[in-house]
Design a protein around this ligand. Structure first.
Ligand code: SF4
Ligand code: SF4
Length: 90
C-alpha cells in the first residue's frame, strides 16, 4: 500500500493505553522532516503515524504520553515538545 509503514510493531492508533489525559507536553512538527520515521520507530505508545498522501508525520495526542523520545531521536530536530495549554485541547 502506497505510503504505508512497514514493520512488525504496533499499528498507530492501536495502543491499549490512552496516555494523553495526563501529559503536560506534546510533540508538534516544526522543522524539516526527512521522512526517516525514526520517531515512529522509537515511540513507545505507537502514537505516530504517517499521512499516506503527503508522508507528513502525524501525532495521536490521545495516546501520546509526552515522553519526548521522538523529539530526541529526530535527526533533523523537526519535532518540538510544546506545553499543553489547559482548555485548548490536544
Ligand atoms: S512524545 Fe513520546 S509518546 Fe508522544 S509521540 Fe513522541 S515518542 Fe510517542
Ligand atoms: S524522526 Fe524527524 S525527520 Fe524522521 S520522520 Fe520523524 S519527524 Fe521526520
Amino acid at each position: 500500500m502506497k505510503g504505508s509503514i512497514p514493520g512488525p510493531v504496533a499499528k498507530a492508533g492501536t495502543s491499549p493505553t490512552k496516555m494523553g489525559g495526563w501529559s503536560t507536553i506534546k510533540p508538534v512538527l516544526k522543522g524539516k522532516c526527512n521522512f526517516c520515521l525514526l520517531c515512529w520507530i522509537f515511540c513507545p505508545e505507537a502514537a505516530i503515524s504517517q499521512d499516506e498522501e503527503n508522508r507528513i508525520v502525524l501525532f495521536n495526542h490521545e495516546e501520546c504520553k509526552g515522553c519526548g523520545i521522538c523529539a530526541l531521536e529526530c535527526p533533523t530536530k523537526a519535532i518540538e515538545m510544546i506545553e499543553i495549554v489547559a482548555g485548548k485541547g490536544k
